[in-house]
Design a protein. Sequence first.
Length: 339
Amino acid sequence: MVKNAALDQWLEPLRPFLAPLADAARDFTRLTGVPVDLPTVLFHRARLAGLPLPGRTSAGGSCHLLPGTDGWVAVNLARPDDTAAVPALVALLGAPQAPLPTAVRQSTALAVAHHAQLLGIAAAALGPARAGRRPVRVRRLGQPRVRTAAPRVVDLSALWAGPLCARLLGLAGAGIVKVESTARPDGARFGSPEFYQWLHDGHESVVLDFDAGALAEVVAEADVVIEASRPRALRRLGVHAERFLAARPGRVWISITGYGRDDDRVAFGDDAAVAGGLVGRDADGEPVFLGDALADPVTGVFAARAAARSLARGGGELLCVSMAACAAALAEAGRPRPC
């Protein structure tokens, strides 16, 4: 049971949306033999942390659904720098000294999201059920090869979506190497220790000075890379997805972003879900958050299925996984159909 609420209270609002995620989980099991327990995947962090059910404040407490002049916007104050930037945000919205909800009510949802993103704050206007983008886009940039041994996966990602993908691939037999920067450790380490351990159980851990050039050496030994960084940030460190895939047949690169590799907007699980239209409705028909940072675990499952499929095809592929598009796939499934 989830503390503060029965499991059904978390699961029931999600049931209309879950078919695409259940399909992805079944496909991963078919390909790997590893079962995926979706309630655990979706709610394990909430259970361990005793999080409350979300409303217009996220379960974790950092993301807020606020009404603008023309719709709703999610503003995620996930980091101390985000909170510190709120005075600048309300000034950009033309309401200096006003509380954030007041400033947002005087602006359009898109304007709020735009100005927040300029300041590095994860924010998104409530999107349509379909954002016009597939959850996973596949680009063949290398040659396929039939694999006879378990792949070595280098996980450069952090927080939840990428590490969940790595966990599932590890359960399927892959060797996982968790790589962190000495200057910027995984932020999940500062949350629930039990949840971090669950995500990384059995994984090798490596901490590197990325600026010293060691990262490229670790990546060169991988068969599969999982990352959630801006492409240009990794290129500055000597790591290129295109070169990695071309250098040896059978490799797979999993790129997890909020909105796609061609879009630099920052995203976390709650605001990415809102961007994809994946929200519930209260008794008045107004939007509320669903689950706990929902786009994170949803994306992790989609990414793991995509990786298993790619490996079965022989690899040689760049898998571009968009958190907002993964959320939109579920939102579309739950959208009421006309009679």
